[in-house]
Ligand binder design. Sequence first.
Ligand code: SF4
Length: 328
Amino acid sequence: MTRRASRVVSGSRVTGRLHLGNYVGALENWVRLQSEYRCFFFVADWHGLTTSYEDTTEFRSYVEEMYLDFLAVGLDPAQVVLFVQSDVKEHAELHLLLSMVTPLAWLERVPTYKEQLQQIAGREIATYGFLGYPVLQSADVLMYRGELVPIGQDQLPHLELCREVARRFNHLYGPVLPEPQALLTEVPWLPGIDGRKMSKSYENEIRLGSSPAEIEERVRRMVTDPARVHKSDPGHPEVCVAYRFHTLFNAAAREETETECTRAGIGCVECKQRLAKAIIRYLAPVHERREQYAAQPGLMQDIRQDGARRARREAAAVLESIREAMRV
Ligand code: SF4
């Protein structure tokens, strides 16, 4: 089988607007994969509800913005099946059917389940929906007979659960579902501007859709080497958040930045101004495409509907074979 024939499935959970961490962590990789594999990429809006069901005021706009961002980063709807999860109701049916065969203990032992219950403070997420989200994830992948799932090392337990669900299904009803494999991806670590993990909940993110002025403002607030009080103090780039961004978005000038910093040849203000310019330059093609698509809401709607139609066509065929095997 050629690479192009292998099916890759992945989604992005809706938790707010996409940021640079999402871009370098997943979307850039998706763009690389789209010409090599048969890709199904989707806005995982139902997954977003598992932790954000209490306040859905901006939920629809987040979904629309994420779809727009997918197009803005360069995902090509002619090459990729690009859709919104809730536009394809078959995901809900497969989730329900797979729930019947998934033992509760498998879900309770998923490491992120207990971790997130503790970490997400102030929100009631000990729900049936939250416990079952790995089954929904399994449905998302198995729905398209996904063979490869681009993930980082930390997501392997989720994929393992998906493989176990497929195996159990096949054992009970006959060989219908392929067991997907990981397409292990080196995810570059990108902190937020305060040095913690970049996340909307910490309000330390730089959004993909930020204007140049917003990017400059965010970069100005980035944490630097705390020991560097005066411009004449030699800096330690390895502990500086701004430097980490330089290595990813201003890679051509990385050595120069490091040298100037360690020799106290540049002040942090100027160093960050250079960084802001580099990030703005890096994102310029994304912003340009974003504006072009945003100016054509009719086209956006057509692309989204077409993506849903193509996803449904695939999903309906697979679901039919699943119903047949289960005799339901
Ligand atoms: S000069 Fe640049 S790399 Fe060095 S501490 Fe300041 S912001 Fe960080």
